[in-house]
Design a protein around this ligand. Sequence first.
Ligand code: AMP
Length: 540
Amino acid sequence: MLGLMQDWPLLIHRIIDHAARQHGTREVVSRSVEGPIHRTTYAEVQKRSLKVAQRLARDGIQHGDRVATLAWNTWRHLEAWYGICGTGAIYHTVNPRLFPDQIAWIINHAEDRILLLDLTFVPLVEALAERLPTIERYVILTDAAHMPATKLKNAVAYEDWLAQADGDFRWAELDERTAAGLCYTSGTTGNPKGVLYSHRSNVLHSMALANPDAFNLSSRTAILPVVPLFHANSWSLAFSAPMMGAKLVMPGAKLDGASIYELLETEHCTATAGVPTVWLSLLQYVQNEKKTFSSLEYLLVGGSAAPRALIAAFEAMGINVVHAWGMTEMSPVGSLGAIKESVKDLAPDAILDLKAKQGFAPFGVEMKITNDANEDLPWDGKTFGRLKVAGCSVTSSYFRVDEKVLDDKGFFDTGDVATIDANGYMQITDRAKDVIKSGGEWISSIELENLAVGHPDVAEAAVIGVAHPKWDERPLLVIVPKPGTHPTRESLIAYMTGKIAKWWMPDDVQFVSEIPHTATGKINKLRLRDEFADYKLPEV
Ligand code: AMP
């Protein structure tokens, strides 16, 4: 027997409609790409996203078509997302930090028909345009006054394009399983792979993440997502913030410590979200300039492992730091480190250790760790295995790739190696391909990096495995010193001694001015290994 409740499909445009109705005057504040701070409201965003939808329909965009965006976090990008999927088309976020060849490859693979782009990216796209045969029109996210002279096909200023619509448009009626968004993984090996979100998966994911033990959003929150809309579905914040009526503060193109600090303060933000490198630079800024936070209560960090020292530094300023883990394939959040009742009375140091773990899965995500025979491993906080996930917002296959990605039990292999403790807190030990295999045992590169970053003179640390005649691989620690400091190999080894097993100690330390990063802000181990390809460990 079926229930007798209404069939109310979980569609993304219902979120912006709700925000306009219930939180219509709540602000969306952006640092515009043109420079000045721009202010609008959810009521306005909804009206203009209807115009986007109407305008796209007039340009011939149909259900299932892909419309690409190459843009920073601003109100225009937000409107575009809602407008695109409200027509039944698919927003395809392109990460501008990818290599130009990858950008062209992705746009061609997705067969995008229209590209909406920020002024910043006009030169990049002009250089690529010849290789983008599927793009019929370029919409530059600016107004007539700032529109550059460009030969891009059918180029138009977004504001002019939008002015041709009156917003008298009905959202498309769709099955909730209709594709809504497309985001390619950064693809450090091989071609990037497209993850195709549905309306339903995005709505469910955003609902799960709005909760107190997740992003803790409410109509009183003011959140600044430093995480870009083009990185892993913006961790759902483009949906969960309007869903809850939280004020959205969009940083545009300026993501340096000083600019982020300024926006956090002037807009009285209570929450923010971003990757560890962003927080390392914000921390350096506030420490150097002796600044304090007047309204910030909650800081979400994820995308790569957050060093314990980083968490401790923000917690010492009275900010609740929540460490999250996830991946593009998971919409993207898979776990968050709120403090459960069962652990809340632990000593402050133990709480910090726990916060450095990647946390527990919210409703909608099931996780397990397995051995190579796909047998479940115990949740004892020590045994590590392959981390596998299933859930309502986890991918079931990649876009246009004929490859099985789920195991026989319907779980997706994340490629991460992790432990899970008795309280359900998961800890990433490493990427399966980055773990250092020394004498048949595994050494976690992440754990060594997190430890090294606690040294007072270290700005950033990376650990890679280097070939060793006896042990197969041994760890090499690569350090970027803080400006004006000169840490030595000996001081680092002394600092780490006693804090890790003896055999985990890096065999050597190298100092560099910069560590390479991927397009999503992670340490690029592949490139780092290339850079140290000729390096030989010192003979002991
Ligand atoms: P992406 O799809 O670009 O978000 O990359 C996903 C991968 O980033 C995961 O499979 C992890 O290897 C890594 N990652 C994300 N968050 C964390 C975290 N908090 N700690 C450690 N690794 C992380």
